[in-house]
Design a protein around this ligand. Structure first.
Ligand code: ADP
Length: 169
């Protein structure tokens, strides 16, 4: 059983075996969580992302997929980068958002990570409505077959925290 915990705060201050980044497919940085992780984690993370782009991920990381790098100076062993889907309006397919959580946990299992911190993927620049994104996130983690013992959702503000709290009993 995976324990689900909610924290309100900055994911770059969280300590965990693996911290998940709401990346974009370029893997070369962006705003929001991505910018914060690269700022606080230092240049080692970007250097490894560049190596991924130069090797296995020449076209970038596809939406719904996940890949790990060092966590640089973060209080974690790894950053797991995943690319959420952009909200396309009502009827947007939630399966790619669910895939981000599943794939990140699969990568965490490969690494042997026991504790994983997630942000609310796709709810920032990618505009996914918080209430729906929270439901998908919690249900997907709850249903995942994983050896990860604790998943912490690190929510930036009270609105995000409350949305996730609706789904965590
Ligand atoms: P995406 O491009 O997947 O939408 P963003 O990084 O723009 O990703 O936003 C995802 C969510 O993370 C948003 O709810 C945003 O408010 C939140 N967020 C932004 N910075 C941080 C941070 N440092 N720690 C935790 N959550 C953050």
């Amino acid at each position: 059983m995976t324990t689900i915990t909610l924290v309100q705060g900055d994911i770059t201050r969280q300590s965990a075996d693996a911290v998940v980044n709401a990346a974009n497919s370029s893997l070369l940085g962006g705003g929001g969580v991505d910018g914060a992780i690269h700022r606080r984690g230092g240049p080692a993370i970007l250097a490894e992302c560049r190596r991924l782009r130069a090797s296995r991920y020449g076209k970038g990381l596809a939406t719904g997929r996940a890949v790990a790098t060092t966590a640089g100076e973060l209080d974690a062993r790894w950053v797991i980068h995943t690319v959420g889907p952009v909200w396309q309006g009502p009827g947007s397919d939630p399966s790619l958002l669910a895939s981000c959580y599943r794939e990140s946990l699969r990568v965490a299992d490969e690494l042997g990570a026991r504790t994983v911190a997630f942000p609310a993927i796709s709810t920032g620049v990618f505009r996914w409505p918080m209430e729906e994104a929270a439901r998908i996130a919690v249900e997907t983690v709850r249903d995942a077959e994983t050896a990860v013992e604790e998943v912490t959702f690190v929510l930036f503000d009270e609105r995000a925290y409350e949305a996730f709290a609706e789904h965590v009993g």
